[in-house]
Design a binder for this molecule. Structure first.
Ligand code: FE2
Length: 211
C-alpha cells in the first residue's frame, strides 16, 4: 500500500469526475460513521452491521467496475512505463484493501485479533491513500487518454451492470450525509421520474435499513 499523504487535486478538465469524487467521499464518510458508532458502544447494533455490509457491497461494486471497465481501457491507451506503473499500482492497491475488510469483519464478529475501531481506522487509512493516489495519478491519465467518450463508456458499463436495482441502493447510500449542494448535483443525473422514486421509495427504505 502506498503511503500517499497528498490532498486531492481536483481536476477541472474535459471529463467531469464529480461522481468519482462523491463516491470516494462517501466511502470515507461511512467509515467515519462506523468508527464513531463502534466508539459509542454500538458495534453490535443492527444499524452498524447494516452500514458495514452496505459499505463492503458498494466498495466491491466500485472496485470491480474500475478493474473490469476502466483500468483495462486505460491500459490499452497509455504509452509510458510510468503510466503503466500507475495502473499496476491501482490493481495492486485494490487487492491490498481486501485483507483490511477481512480484519474488520473478524473484529466486528468478535473473532479475536484487532479491536473493531482500530481495524476500521486501518482500513480508512489504506483506502484513503489509495483513493488519493487514484485521484491524483490515475484520473489525469483518464482525462488525457480516454477523455469524455471513454469516461462515458465506463459510466455506461456501470449503468448496464447495476441497473435500476443497483441504483436503488447506491444513490441513497452515496448521498447519506452528503451536503445539500452535492445531493442536488448528483440527483440531477437521474431522470425526473427516477428522482421521484428516489425521494419517495429508495431514500426512506435506505434510512430504515440502517437505523
Ligand atoms: Fe475510485
Amino acid at each position: 500500500m502506498i503511503n500517499d499523504a497528498h490532498e486531492r487535486r481536483t481536476l477541472h478538465g474535459a471529463v467531469d469526475f464529480t461522481m468519482m469524487y462523491v463516491a470516494h467521499d462517501a466511502f470515507t464518510r461511512h467509515l467515519e460513521r462506523l468508527v464513531s458508532a463502534i466508539e459509542q458502544g454500538s458495534a453490535a447494533a443492527p444499524g452498524t452491521s447494516a452500514r458495514w455490509e452496505l459499505f463492503k457491497k458498494q466498495l466491491q461494486v466500485h472496485h470491480t467496475a474500475e478493474d473490469v471497465s476502466l483500468w483495462p481501457r486505460l491500459r490499452a491507451a497509455v504509452t509510458g512505463p510510468d503510466e503503466v506503473a500507475v495502473l499496476d499500482a491501482m490493481e495492486l492497491e485494490h487487492a491490498q484493501i481486501d485483507p483490511h475488510l477481512d480484519r474488520v469483519d473478524a473484529a466486528l464478529a468478535a473473532r479475536g485479533g484487532a479491536d473493531p475501531a482500530s481495524s476500521v481506522w486501518d482500513l480508512m487509512s489504506g483506502l484513503g491513500a489509495h483513493m488519493r493516489h487514484e485521484e491524483n495519478e490515475a484520473l489525469p491519465l483518464v482525462e488525457t487518454y480516454l477523455g469524455p467518450p471513454g469516461w462515458a463508456a465506463f459510466v455506461g458499463d456501470i449503468r448496464k451492470t447495476q441497473g435500476v436495482r443497483g441504483g436503488a441502493t447506491y444513490f441513497p447510500w452515496l448521498l447519506d450525509g452528503a451536503t445539500e449542494e452535492t445531493s442536488a448535483v448528483i440527483l440531477k443525473v437521474l431522470p425526473p421520474p427516477v428522482r421521484f422514486v428516489y425521494r419517495r421509495v429508495w431514500a426512506p427504505r435506505y434510512r430504515k435499513s440502517v437505523s
